[in-house]
Design a protein around this ligand. Structure first.
Ligand code: SF4
Ligand code: SF4
Length: 407
């Protein structure tokens, strides 16, 4: 079986057209586009109103998977998310860019430890605070949003991270992103698009908030600066790819070797001099090229069945990175009709259930191709990427253990 060490690559596992790529504004995120469409003015969470109306109708009607009890479980799971950071707004609620409780003598007095020691301390503490995987990336400025709902993010040569009247200021010395993945409950995700899947998503957000806020305070208490982020401030998925947590899948989500896409992501930006992790390549792109499960099972037809492209046709995507672009507006419109968020693309992805499921997963692609199942034919590919032990003629190939240890 391939270890994480074997998966490491010097190359970024994506292609980018530097001329075409522009930093992305939050106002173009699908959440903002659908909210603004519905509410008539710029907003981020306005799309929830229609979703909650339909949730009420479904509960009233007694639809399976939309009971009062399931809704209560979702609300309980979401409570700390809404208290700490509400999915992520910069310098808001508990996601403050300055210390919450650490006194100034500590924040101004950095500990003198080696980068390796600091890195080990941060990873150990992130794990203790609840992160299931932690990776560190050099903060690529192109992944920082160009603007939030109103103000731009401005990179400065000096100063403190702070929000001013005219923008959010981030010093360029804050050049590290600690990216953390939080495992969601597989059995709940597999009930998507019912409310139980939303329960584990909501709880994932609550855990993200607790860990990001706590880790930022820990870093400040060691004398360095820290910006805790949930979905805000910078794009989580490319940072996670750079930090070696996984690769991007056809469904537009991160796929980790350990848990597939069944994770939520948070990050802390810092100037602590910690060492970066290498990206990994464990064959996700090639696998997705031959697997259409998420595209076939998406109730809104938002996932591309075509080739990867550099050119995104929707405002909700950002051209310049070669990938499969999602039609985010279609996706969220389904959430609204459904009365709850959807995670079908996570639920059907073979990586969610580990490498055992890399055998036939009934995508029906073989019926449409005259060469049969590409994955089943391509034994060498599966051996190379650690899904299968090579077997001699007439022996049955052994499928490898689904879970790896992580960082
Ligand atoms: S969340 Fe649901 S609707 Fe959205 S892309 Fe995934 S499968 Fe499609
Ligand atoms: S379901 Fe298949 S195509 Fe979609 S992300 Fe997972 S492996 Fe890739």
């Amino acid at each position: 079986m391939l270890t994480r060490e074997d998966m490491k690559t010097d190359q970024k596992p994506y292609e980018i057209d530097q001329q075409l790529y522009q930093r992305f504004p939050v106002t173009n995120q699908a959440f903002a586009i659908v909210s603004t469409r519905d509410m008539g003015e710029p907003s981020y969470l306005g799309f929830l109103e229609k979703m909650h109306q339909n949730l009420g109708i479904r509960m009233e009607r007694g639809d399976t998977g939309f009971s009062r009890e399931e809704n209560a479980r979702d609300l309980g799971a979401n409570a700390l998310n809404l208290i700490l950071g509400s999915y992520g707004f910069p310098n808001h609620q508990f996601l403050q860019w300055k210390s919450l409780i650490v006194p100034e003598p500590l924040t101004k007095n950095p500990v003198k430890s080696s980068p390796q020691e600091l890195t080990a301390m941060v990873k150990k503490t992130a794990k203790l605070y609840g992160a299931d995987l932690t990776g560190i990336a050099s903060l690529d400025q192109k992944w920082i949003y160009s603007k939030d709902m109103e103000k731009p993010f401005i990179l400065t040569d000096e100063g403190e991270p702070e929000e001013k009247e005219d923008g959010f200021y981030i010093p360029k010395t804050m050049n590290r992103a600690i990216v953390m993945a939080f495992l969601m409950d597989e059995s709940k995700i597999s009930q998507s698009p019912e409310l139980e899947a939303s329960v584990t998503t909501s709880f994932g957000y609550s855990r993200m908030g607790i860990t990001a806020v706590s880790l930022a305070e820990y870093i400040r208490a060691l004398g360095y600066r820290a910006i805790p982020c949930m979905n805000d401030t910078a794009l989580s998925i490319p940072l996670a790819v750079d930090a070696g947590l996984g690769q991007l899948g056809r469904h537009g989500l991160l796929i980790t070797p350990e848990y597939g896409s069944n994770v939520r992501l948070a990050k802390v930006l810092t100037d602590m001099p910690i060492t970066v992790d290498q990206p990994v390549d464990f064959g996700v792109t090639e696998f997705c090229e031959n697997c259409y499960l998420c595209a076939d099972d998406c109730p809104s037809a938002a996932i591309s069945s075509k080739e990867q492209t550099l050119d995104c046709k929707q405002v909700t995507g950002n051209s310049g990175v070669k990938k499969w672009y999602i039609e985010g507006e279609k996706c969220l419109t389904f959430w609204q009709l459904n009365g709850a968020s959807c995670a079908n693309c996570i639920a059907v992805c073979p990586f969610t259930y580990g490498f055992e499921s890399m055998q036939c997963f009934e995508c029906k692609g073989c019926a449409e191709r005259d060469r049969g199942c590409i994955l089943q034919n391509n034994t060498q590919y599966k051996v190379k990427n650690g899904y299968l032990h090579q077997s001699r003629w007439a022996e049955r190939g052994e499928v490898l253990s689904p879970r790896r240890g992580g960082f």
